[in-house]
Ligand binder design. Structure first.
Ligand code: ACM
Length: 467
């Protein structure tokens, strides 16, 4: 198996060291071998396990692929028995995860005459039932090895013993459903930190909220907690810390707090302190970003303009950054502007808070704070242009830097224009703000919405004053 891994594998000694290191810190390591799908690498090494004859290559891109183990071959269970017999002594934890996710289309099962014949013979009506057959067989193997089976929610099936734990990722309805069926669960839905949502969003994602009342106390007890998943498509060793920290601390607090704890501003206040402490403990989420910035600045220390722009953008969220699974592969360098951008644009958050307050109270201190930020953003473009001239890799962000300048100018005008805007001006401004929502360097500006609110307010003032 390791011969197909291009050097990307752990030796048994390394695994033992890792598990012991975690154990000394009170952390349990539950291994997952994803089966029967998401297993192309295994089929590259052992094509005879597959549902379709032929040879397989290890995937270097990301996505959901057709290759899948053949659950009807007795030989495959002997193989998996041996594989887990080798794995289990390395991981003392009582749980082992068999994956089970995203065998979505079932193409290779549908096209195999022997698999179709097996399904008829065993009265398995569809691929879900065939996968349930597979999961039951795996459960028996693991049970003999004194391990509890865990799997993604696709394995959920009333025939599985109730000690099976399901990991929920497709929605909170599944969490409720699993609890009502009598299964314990771990929730990852809403904790996909690789999708680059903000810490505030993750913080509010309580497994029980707002459905506490739909579940009996016994059912609620079955929800064991959650897991933040850091899928590694868009990271390197260099920037992975900045995707995990500090926001995983916010998720940890979510999961050990009562449902009622929902003060996002206070969480951010404390998270800023935690972030610095985590870096002191040896994490690199702050310094690695500075390394990427210096690279982007042509190997110089002239990173100030870049930092100003980075503080108001966030990387494209969900699966938009890697459009069509085609922009990046495992060999891509994750050293670009978007890799230095974090999912909580700090200056944008402060701007948004100051704008909310200003629109509520009209205090001159808030107006001055807004003016100071906007002036800085407006003037930053000139410095960015100088930087782009010496560092062409930044060409991708010239557009959003110009957009930031444009909408900052626009907002400065609005700040000083109580009493309103004409309809024509309003429409022009709306268009500029709309244009500023365009991505640049696979990131997007996070200051557009507060400026839109200011614009809406000025329009309202015009209407009210009857002009
Ligand atoms: C998953 O994200 N496929 C579990």
């Amino acid at each position: 198996l390791q011969q197909t891994a291009h050097g990307d594998y752990f030796t048994q000694a390394e695994i033992r060291e890792l598990v012991a290191y975690a154990d000394q810190r009170g952390i349990r390591v539950v291994p997952e071998i994803d089966l029967p799908a998401h297993a192309t690498a295994m089929l590259a090494a052992y094509p005879e396990l597959a549902s379709r004859p032929g040879s397989y290559q290890v995937e270097r891109k990301f996505g959901i692929f057709d290759p899948v183990l053949d659950p009807t071959k007795e030989m495959n269970y002997q193989f998996l028995d041996q594989l887990f017999a080798e794995l289990i002594p390395l991981f003392p934890d009582p749980y082992v995860h068999i994956g089970g996710d995203e065998n979505a289309k079932g193409v290779d099962w549908n096209q195999s005459p022997s698999i179709q014949a097996f399904m008829k013979q065993h009265r398995l009506a569809n691929n879900h039932e065939l996968q349930a057959y597979f999961s039951r067989r795996m459960q028996k193997i693991l049970s003999r090895m004194h391990r509890n089976m865990m799997g993604w929610e696709e394995i959920l099936n009333p025939d599985l013993p109730k000690q099976t734990v399901v990991q929920i990722w497709l929605g909170k309805q599944s969490l409720i459903h699993a609890a009502q069926m009598g299964y314990r669960s771990v929730m990852s839905d809403g904790f996909y930190i690789d999708l680059m949502h903000t810490a505030g969003e993750y913080y509010l994602n309580d497994p029980l909220y707002p459905d506490q009342d739909k579940l009996s106390p016994a059912e609620q007890q079955r929800i064991l907690g959650g897991e933040a998943t850091m899928w590694s498509e868009l990271v390197s060793a260099q920037n992975v810390d900045s995707r995990i920290w500090p926001r995983t601390a916010a998720i940890a607090e979510r999961l050990w707090s009562p449902v009622e704890v929902r003060d996002v501003d206070d969480m951010y206040r404390r998270l800023a302190v935690t972030s610095v402490r985590l870096e002191e403990l040896g994490l690199t989420h702050i310094t690695a970003r500075e390394v990427i910035m210096r690279n982007l600045a042509g190997g110089t220390n002239q990173t100030e303009a870049l930092a100003v722009l980075l503080d108001v953008v966030e990387p494209l969220k969900d699966y938009h950054r890697n459009a069509g699974d085609n922009l990046y592969s495992v060999n891509s360098p994750f050293t670009l502007f978007a890799d230095a951008a974090n999912s909580d644009a700090p200056a944008a958050r402060l701007f948004s808070i100051a704008m909310e307050r200003f629109l509520k109270n009209g205090a001159s201190a808030d107006r001055e704070a807004l003016r100071s930020m906007l002036t800085r953003w407006r003037d930053n473009h000139r410095a960015m242009l100088q930087l782009i001239a010496i560092s062409p890799v930044l060409n991708d962000v010239q557009g959003i830097s110009a957009n930031l300048k444009n909408i900052s100018e626009l907002a400065l005008t609005l700040l000083d224009a109580p009493g309103g805007v004409t309809r024509d001006r309003y429409q022009q401004m709306q268009q500029s703000l709309h244009a500023a929502r365009q991505q640049g360097g696979r990131t997007e500006l996070q200051v557009v919405a507060p400026i839109e609110k200011l614009l809406e307010r000025r329009l309202l003032e015009t209407v009210e004053s009857g002009r």
